[in-house]
Write a protein that binds this ligand. Structure first.
Ligand code: F6P
Length: 553
């Protein structure tokens, strides 16, 4: 009988980390900083326009070495090389995952089935460039000759979250007069509210779907087309107002999209890694093609950093290893991403899909059940707002929640001294998490402010903050197309490195299919009173009956 392949937990490097965790239990980051005045400098990495300060972690040099040894033993170098080379890294779908090729310069050579895909990628970029120029100049106009003023991007998941994040995050870089609106949800409110503000004569629709089979996207697209025609657009005008980005040319054509208006997607790009392809058209139309290319350049700079830097100086690798450290050795169940930048308000949503759809898995690459935790729950929101909401739990709750703080050194808006205040808030949170406040300090503070001794003693237990809570601070000089590109690519690679250590296929997403399947069985029962037979269980059947009676004419 063949030997069972080694799972990461059986590796000596994993066991060494178990020992390290035992050794570090009871120590504190406060001590680490006191013992090593150089700690802040040593645990700082620059790369691709970003700086990572990871000094506020339960980390020593020994632990960092042990983590790199684990990553090494799990085959990080080989898996990284396979990713960039276009090998089959998405095993269950038998595909490469070549989002890195989407941001490579035109003189590179990356082969899929013998063809250099860089040529196709740059031909598509040139087509996008032509479209953006034609729309911005008014050369490509609506059916009554009026210049397009609005783009409605219809797509969901990866065909929505990345473009929306980038469009909103780079508002200071918007060019031209086109404003983008996103429709994702099958909740009719989303499309009804969006269309109610628009003029069909000046609205361009982009149907964004890698598969062109996604129910939400197809139903919303049909509604958009009906609305367009009901408001004066002739059938023939659909051709000039509807574009699609998809791998499924046949379905898009059947829907009525002019083949000349279909931009390609490729099965070697995963949905959640696709904003760099023509799925990025909402970005290019809102920001202009130069800024879109700058975004690609920023991501490419991060790709080179990830490919070339040694593990302990490699931003995505260090962040991934720290995540594994807390997830698997300290019992952290979630990870928070807290950007101190209003423009990055959609980052946590994008990262939720990226990270949780990628690493929310329970079998290893060869299909064995894992005996360790995989992807944690990723959540977050913008600072400083979160400080007045959920940070209490981070500081004094019973759970360990590592946090990534993200902040640009310069703001796009010189409003009074807001940016200094914002920066102070970000630093204060990281410091409070790290240093906390001892009971004695809390008590002394109260005594100093005149509180009597007995009250001070009683309240001190409530005011004590344990500290020793880990956080990273990620910085860039300014949030711009290059640094945003690098930031998103950094999280893509962080996700990949985690999957290497956990031995997962991070490029498939079979778990989301069952819900779609069941939804398709329930829908006819909601729409058709005559449809009999159970939908599978009495609880579902009961609510189907409730829905029907609430919606009977
Ligand atoms: O439901 C999950 C998913 O398959 C995502 O992975 C994908 O990004 C999204 O649906 C949308 O898929 P498509 O682009 O094919 O419409």
């Amino acid at each position: 009988m063949a030997d069972k392949p080694a799972t990461p937990t059986h590796r000596p490097q994993w066991q060494a980390l178990v020992q390290h965790k035992e050794r570090l239990t009871g120590t504190s980051m406060r001590e680490f900083f006191q013992q090593d005045p150089e700690r802040a400098n040593r645990y700082l990495i620059d790369g691709a326009g970003l700086t990572l300060d990871f000094s506020r972690n339960r980390l020593t040099d020994d632990v960092l070495t042990a983590l790199t040894e684990l990553a090494d033993a799990c085959g990080l170098s080989q898996r990284k090389a396979a990713l960039f080379a276009g090998d089959i890294v998405n095993i269950t779908e038998n595909r490469p995952a070549l989002h890195t090729a989407l941001r490579q310069p035109s003189d590179e050579d990356v082969r899929v089935d013998g063809n250099n895909i860089i040529t196709e990628i740059h031909t598509t970029l040139a087509r996008m460039e032509k479209l953006v120029a034609a729309v911005h100049s008014g050369k490509q106009a609506g059916y009554t000759g009026k210049t397009f003023t609005d783009v409605v991007s219809i797509g969901i998941g990866g065909s929505f979250l990345g473009p929306k994040l980038v469009v909103e995050a780079l508002k200071p870089y918007w060019q031209g007069n086109v404003r983008c609106h996103f429709v994702a949800n099958i909740d009719g409110t989303n499309i009804a509210e969006t269309l109610s503000r628009l003029d069909p004569e000046t609205t361009l629709f982009l149907i964004q779907s890698k598969s062109f089979r996604t129910q939400e996207t197809l139903e919303n697209s049909l509604v958009a087309r009906q609305w367009f025609m009901a408001h004066g657009g002739a059938e023939a005008a659909v051709a000039s107002h509807f574009l699609a980005v998809t791998t499924n040319i046949a379905e898009a054509t059947r829907f009525g999209i002019d083949p000349g208006n279909i931009f390609p997607m490729w099965d070697w790009v995963g949905g959640r890694y696709s904003l760099w392809s023509a799925i990025g058209l909402p970005i290019a139309l809102t920001l202009g093609m130069d800024h879109f290319r700058a975004l690609l350049n920023g991501a490419h700079a991060m790709d080179c950093h990830f490919r070339d830097q040694p593990a302990e100086r490699n931003l995505p690798v260090v962040m991934a290893m720290l995540s594994v450290w807390y997830n698997n050795f300290w019992g952290a169940e979630s990870h928070a991403v807290v950007p101190y930048d209003e423009y990055l308000k959609h980052l946590p949503e994008h990262l939720q899909q990226l990270d949780m759809e990628s690493n929310g898995k329970r079998v290893s690459q060869n299909g064995q059940h894992v005996d360790y935790q995989t992807g944690p729950i990723l959540w977050g929101g913008i600072g400083a707002n979160g400080q007045h909401a959920y940070h209490q739990l981070i500081h004094q709750g019973t759970r360990l929640i590592p946090v990534d703080f993200i902040i640009p050194l310069q703001s796009h808006h010189a409003v009074a001294h807001h940016h200094a205040t914002l920066f102070a808030n970000c630093l204060s949170q990281a410091r409070a998490m790290m240093a906390g406040k001892t009971r004695a300090e809390a008590e002394q503070e109260m005594l100093d402010s005149g509180v009597d001794e007995s009250t001070a003693k009683t309240l001190a237990t409530h005011k004590e903050i344990p500290g020793n809570k880990p956080s990273n601070i990620l910085m860039m000089n300014r949030l711009n197309p290059e640094t945003l590109g690098a930031l998103i690519a950094l999280y893509e690679h962080r996700t990949f490195v985690q999957s290497v250590i956990w031995d997962l296929d991070c490029f498939d997403q079979w778990g989301v299919e069952l819900g779609k399947q069941i939804g398709n069985e329930i829908l006819p029962r909601l729409l058709d009173e005559e449809k009999t037979g159970s939908a599978g269980d009495s609880a579902t059947d009961h609510l189907i009956r409730r829905f029907r009676s609430a919606n009977r004419p």
